[in-house]
Structures are given as C-alpha cells and as structure tokens.
Ligand binder design. Structure first.
Ligand code: 4GX
Length: 245
C-alpha cells in the first residue's frame, strides 16, 4: 500500500451525500478553497443519493405518513447512501438542518481538527427521522432561515473549515490572529489613496506607530462588536474576566 492509501495519511475529506452532485465543488473549486483542493490539502467525495435507489424508477422520496404537503426522503435509500459513506470513514456524520447546533467558529475549528466530515444534504421536507436515529447523525444549522436544500449549507460549512486547514491560508495572516479568533468582529480596513472622494483614512494608520495601530484596531473591533453584536460582546467580556482570574 502506498503512503497516500493509508487512511492516516489522507487529507481532510468532505464526503457529501446529495441529490444534486453537480452543485459540488461549485464555488469551492475556485479561489482559496479551490487552489487548496487542487494542491491536495483537502479532498472532496460526492455521492449521488439516487445511485442508492433500488426500484426501477430510482425513487428517493415518498409522501409523509400522517398526511401533509411535500415529500420525505426514504429511509432505505438514505441508509444505503450513509452506509457507503461510513464504510470509507473520515469524520462525523452531519445532517444540515435548521434544527441543528448553530455553526460557529468553534465548531469549524473542531471539525478542522478531525479527519473530515460526512455531510447529508436533504431536499423536500427532509429525511425520515428513523434513519437519522439509526446512524447517530448529528445536526448542524448554518443559521435561522430556511434554504431549499442542504447543499448551500454544506458548501458554507466546508468553506469555513477548509480555510483553517494547515497550509490553506498560505502567507496571509494566520486565522488565529484574526479578530474573530478572539471573539471580536473585524476592525475597519483601508487601502490607498489616503484621501478618496473627500474621505480620509484615520491618521494613526499612516503614522508608522505599530503599537498605536494595534491599540486603535483593538478599540475599533471592541466598539463595533459592542454596537452590533451584544451576544458576542458579552461572551468576550466573560472570557476576558476569566483569563484575568
Ligand atoms: N442550515 N435546510 C435542510 C431539509 C429539511 C427540511 C425539514 C429538516 C427538516 C439549513 C439551514 C436549511 C433547508 C437544509 C431544509 N431538513 N440547513 N432542508 N438553515 O435551511 O442547514
């Protein structure tokens, strides 16, 4: 067996189960994530759920028991697809759903530290509950709104994780140095010219005083977080208090 074939050696791998395999890699094939994909810093496996349908019409959904609108993804078909994905290993099984744990930077970091993720994308009204139970599927939501399917949520989750993988950000600032890593929103950014349409850049940024610049940016990040996100501000204050003993 070559070194690459040993599972310990495989890159962080996203396995996506979907009825719309053409949606992948989509935007993840371009820019930062796309370059890293081509470099082998992560891998993408896409499984078409319809390939696991057994009847001649290849049906993947059925009407909801108890009545009501829409369709539900069949447990037997999803079970076969999940079984195939799990046989290959590479990380926890996650169903993208508004009922799930909210995706945040802490969860992105946890997932980046593991071997990968297996992402189940639902369409219609979702998936038969029993197949989620049977496979011990965790649920993750990307936010409190309703998408027409799990695929855009899977793209978001993969993007947030991939940029944290070693080597992906290259020479840019390490993600650990970013404002958000400290629990703050970003300070304002400026580039040339120093005056544009009568608007000037804060003088400190052209002063060359690195310590004053660092302090100004921290003050701005704190002000913006306090103004816009009281929830993040409260957590930041708590964590400051805790680390100061
Ligand atoms: N963050 N969706 C899942 C199917 C569905 C319907 C009902 C459970 C119950 C979403 C989100 C999201 C739309 C993906 C509904 N699943 N996914 N899909 N917000 O809105 O992750």
């Amino acid at each position: 067996m070559s070194a690459r074939e040993a599972s310990q050696d495989a890159p962080w791998t996203a396995t996506v189960l979907t009825l719309f395999p053409e949606m992948f890699p989509g935007p993840l094939g371009l820019s930062l994530a796309g370059k890293a994909l081509h470099q082998g810093l992560w891998a993408l496996r896409v499984l078409d759920i319809r390939d696991f349908a057994r009847d001649k019409h290849r049906s993947v959904d059925d009407t909801p028991l108890g009545g009501g609108a829409g369709m539900v993804m069949r447990p037997d078909v999803v079970d076969a697809a999940l079984g195939a994905a799990e046989a290959e290993g590479r990380g926890p099984l996650i169903y993208l759903s508004p009922r799930g744990r909210l995706l945040d930077q802490a969860l992105a970091r946890e997932l980046a530290a593991g071997p990968g993720v297996i992402l189940l994308c639902g369409r219609y009204e979702g998936v038969d509950e029993r197949v989620l139970e049977a496979h011990g599927v965790a649920e993750v939501s990307i936010g409190d709104y309703v998408l027409s399917g799990g695929e855009p949520a899977a793209l978001v989750l993969i993007d947030a994780v991939v940029r944290l993988l070693p080597g992906v950000m290259g020479n840019e600032v390490s993600p650990a140095e970013e404002s958000f890593a400290r629990g703050l929103l970003e300070h304002p950014h400026y580039t040339r010219p120093a005056e544009w349409q009568g608007r000037t850049v804060p003088g400190v940024l052209t002063s060359g005083h690195h310590e004053r610049i660092r302090r100004w940016r921290l003050e701005q990040a704190e002000r913006i977080t306090q103004e816009r996100r009281p929830d993040l501000w409260a957590r930041y204050r708590r964590e400051q208090d805790d680390s100061e003993g």
